[in-house]
Design a protein. Sequence first.
Length: 223
Amino acid sequence: MSLGFGRALRTVGDSRFTRESPHYLDTSTGIQLLQAETPRVRADKGLTFTVSAIPITGLTRKTAGPITATILAALLRLAPADRPYFEANRKRFLDQLDVRLKIWLQTMAPYKGTRVVAVHETWPYFAQRFGLTIVAVVEPNPGVPPSPSYLASLIQKMRDSGIKLLIADPYSNASTVSRVATQSGATAVTLIPSVGGDPGASDYLSLFDFNTKRLSQAARPAQ
């Protein structure tokens, strides 16, 4: 979940967002963070906000265990009488995830080691889990359009290195994506970073179904 700047400012000092609050939930507890701490905004009085985010697109069994355990603990603080219901739902989800993960790994196995360029810093967990190597991003500073010189250098690097896959997001600048893909000779593929971003990604598991299928189709050599 992302907060607008004004809304973020209003939450500063709100007791509901302190660690002591029963409503507080930090799902990053107990997992390895990748590229997750980047300064974004500095307010007039010197207050700096640091955004720590774990893209949902990277959460597979290794991280889903501790994350769902953290969510379970938070739910139990608020509704302890519902423990059996919450625990059964968590177990069912993890069991389903184990089954689907085998399918995703099989789908992605032929592309392990593939070097790719991403438009945004959205995919480190996804890439790590499925053995992709993100060598560069089109937009190195989130929210700041890349300079013409940077784009020219990146395109040349992609041509020289033979990088043939460009991962975009639905909100990526279409003109920039088209330019990089066309001039580098790479295939652009748009993956979905969150549930609901596409009708085919209506829940967590179908999100991974959608993205692994779409990426494997884009990465498959032309017949």
